[in-house]
Design a protein around this ligand. Structure first.
Ligand code: NAI
Length: 453
């Protein structure tokens, strides 16, 4: 009997296993595909390697702006994919190494919960693994809506999800992306740089979902300029063998494509893992959890995408720690209000806390300061193409920083400092007293704070 059995080896699962092992618990980790989960194998990390190649290539297109001569630059997509595979291999090996060093027993096999005896039982092949505690970290799957022709298009390989697209070794000449959320935008960004003619079909009036609206509109403008065709408010009605049909501005239209990416969201992977055998409660397909990541069953926790709260790898990491700390009897609690979100396009987009839209909806009275990234000396020194903005939202009543949103290079790295301000409930006066390194792009937050009226 293990102290802890972890079902699923993505960021939530592997970190839970690592942390529990570090604390001296005996741990088994069960993973049916590859340790590292979607994030490491077919999500965050591989996408970032592709996007980095695109960014380097994009720079070469404007190299003369920087006084640099580059002849004959291009993207060798097969080489980009090969590098991505090497990066993934290296990082998966790193995670496996850390687990082995912690003496975590790894089962590379499908696990199905099979009821409770002395502990919680999970079937792995011919064996039953039992744990005093169980962390469910089974992740999520792409949503496949009942659009006529979509299933056939997926079977034929004309339509793909993120997983297949990342392994494609040729660049489609034309590409339709259904869903202008995070996956859709990051993949559209790469394939646009790699030479595809990309059309994004998004049913909402804006891209990038819950991101600050002013920022998502700027991102849309920037990529329209780079050649992506955004159809906002488009309702996809059917897929053929080489086209997508959609309703747009009151008319039925069609876009021909060599490849269609389906990126309209993900759903918790709760089917077929045996939750019913121990009575774990679900709601709209996701495991119900509290602020300690506990399910309704004592000793059973759910972390990461499977609880449907915030489908982000970094949320999963934190939830894993909260669950393990609860098992260890340490006080720790999950807070969801300061989780940063990033879209790794070029320009990058990042945000944390309330947006103007969410604050207004909640009736929070706020002050805002929006500044151009051009107030940062380093930004001007390093960018010729795009100016970007940084927006800080402050609660009127308390002067606390409640949201920071930005578009421009380094946004993904800077946003953590903003997350700390929101998480620690810092006030404007606190930030004014802090020293920011100069010249850096993160000084833009200081600029925005000092320009608050
Ligand atoms: P998403 O929820 O971010 O975006 C899906 C988009 O599809 C939405 O804008 C939605 O309005 C649209 N949509 C839904 N049905 C549609 C239809 N029938 N026709 C047209 N548009 C439709 O989901 P996405 O992009 O698939 O990503 C899945 C998950 O992966 C998200 O939870 C995301 O947070 C996570 N992820 C995070 C990344 C990051 O942090 N950089 C990178 C990639 C994924």
């Amino acid at each position: 009997m293990y102290d802890l059995v972890v079902l699923g080896g993505g960021p939530g699962g592997y970190l839970a296993a690592e942390r529990a092992a570090e604390a001296g618990l005996s741990v088994a980790l069960i993973e049916k595909r590859s340790v590292g989960g979607v994030c490491l194998n077919e999500g965050c990390v591989p996408t970032k390697t592709l996007l980095n190649s695109a960014k380097i290539y994009d720079y070469t297109k404007h190299s003369s702006d920087y006084g640099v001569t580059v002849d004959g630059s291009g993207i060798d997509h097969a080489a980009v994919v090969a590098r991505k595979d090497a990066v993934v291999k290296k990082l998966v090996a790193g995670v496996k190494g850390a687990l082995k060093a912690g003496k975590v027993k790894i089962y590379e096999c499908e696990g199905i919960i099979e009821g409770k005896g002395e502990g919680y039982n999970v079937r792995v092949g011919d064996e039953v693994v039992s744990g005093k505690n169980l962390i469910i970290a089974a992740g999520s799957m792409p949503v496949v809506p009942p659009i006529p022709g979509l299933k056939e298009a997926l079977d034929a390989g004309f339509a793909v999800t993120n997983r297949e697209l990342l392994d494609m070794t040729t660049v489609p000449k034309t590409m339709a992306v259904i869903g202008g959320g995070v996956i859709g935008l990051e993949m559209a960004s790469y394939f646009n740089s790699a030479g595809s003619k990309v059309t994004v079909l998004e049913m909402l009036p804006n891209i990038a979902g819950a991101m600050d609206r002013e920022i998502s509109d700027l991102l849309c403008k920037s990529y329209t300029k780079k050649g992506i065709d955004f159809k906002l408010g488009a309702k996809v009605t059917a897929l053929g063998s080489d086209s997508v049909t959609f309703e747009f501005e009151g008319k039925t239209q069609k876009v021909k494509a060599d490849c269609v990416l389906v990126s309209i969201g993900r759903r918790a992977a709760t089917n077929g893992i045996g939750l019913e055998s121990i009575g774990v409660a679900t709601e709209r397909g996701a495991v119900v959890t509290d602020q300690f990541c506990r399910t309704n069953i004592p000793g059973v926790y759910a972390v990461g995408d499977v609880n449907g709260k915030s489908m982000l790898a970094h949320t999963a990491y934190r939830e894993a720690e909260v669950a393990v700390n609860h098992i260890l009897g340490k006080r720790d609690v999950m807070r969801y209000h300061a989780i940063p979100a990033v879209v790794y396009t070029n320009p990058e987009v990042a945000g944390v806390g309330e947006t103007e839209e969410s604050a207004t909806k909640k009736g929070i009275r706020y002050k805002k300061s929006t500044v151009s990234m051009m107030y940062s000396g380093r930004y001007v020194a390093e960018n010729t193409e795009y100016d970007g903005i940084c927006k800080v939202l402050v609660e009127e009543k308390t002067d606390k920083i409640i949201g920071v949103h930005m578009i421009g290079s380094y946004a993904s790295e800077i946003i953590f400092s903003a997350a700390m301000m929101v998480e620690c409930e810092m006030r404007v006066s606190d930030v004014k007293e802090m020293v920011f390194p100069h010249p850096t792009v993160c000084e833009i937050i200081r600029e925005a704070i000092f320009k608050l009226k």
